[in-house]
Write a protein that binds this ligand. Sequence first.
Ligand SMILES: CC(C)(COP(=O)(O)OP(=O)(O)OC[C@H]1O[C@@H](n2cnc3c(N)ncnc32)[C@H](O)[C@@H]1OP(=O)(O)O)[C@@H](O)C(=O)NCCC(=O)NCCSC(=O)c1cc(O)c2ccccc2c1O
Length: 155
Amino acid sequence: MTDRAPSAQQESTLQKSALPDVSLEGSSRFVAATGLIVEEVSTTSVRGHADLDEHHHTPWGVVHGGVYTSIVESAGSIGASHAVAERGEFAVGVHNATDFLRPTSAARVTVTAEALHQVRSQQLRDVVIADSATEKVLARGQLRLQNVPLPTDAK
Ligand SMILES: CC(C)(COP(=O)(O)OP(=O)(O)OC[C@H]1O[C@@H](n2cnc3c(N)ncnc32)[C@H](O)[C@@H]1OP(=O)(O)O)[C@@H](O)C(=O)NCCC(=O)NCCSC(=O)c1cc(O)c2ccccc2c1O
């Protein structure tokens, strides 16, 4: 797993985003264990990467499907929450459908989450996880989210 911190430019992008701390250091142990490093957040997309290795393995020596599913949940939720933050809302995943297309034992993966659909109460995000060396897609998930009010102490 990586402990690489975002660059100064990446930090700046994250600070402008009105999101909670999405760094590895600021995340729970479960979320941090995926290794997702968020680099860019806009209202329509999230970009990042993760270094996947033996710490993420199944007993058969490939990256566990739950790692991909969790990255889809995080990347989709971060972008969708950013998109509705200005109106005092965040977004929670209500359906996560992630396909595991190719196995890997170790890879740096790029993570790209794009908005497919944004309406008043719900959003749909397409998340692609690809091997950064070969550009082959390892997993692809579609996350449907519900926009909900921010807790009053977070506004
Ligand atoms: C599901 C597939 C096996 C279907 O593959 P198919 O036979 O249809 O196609 P190919 O053989 O052509 O393979 C597709 C593609 O993958 C590349 N590939 C295959 N094997 C490897 C490999 N070992 N390393 C690297 N790449 C490989 C192959 O070259 C092809 O690439 P192209 O570029 O030519 O297209 C296949 O879709 C597949 O393997 N999908 C990924 C499945 C996966 O990774 N699932 C998640 C892990 S499983 C899991 O999470 C899990 C959790 C547990 O807790 C367990 C506990 C106990 C036991 C098992 C557990 C477990 O498995």
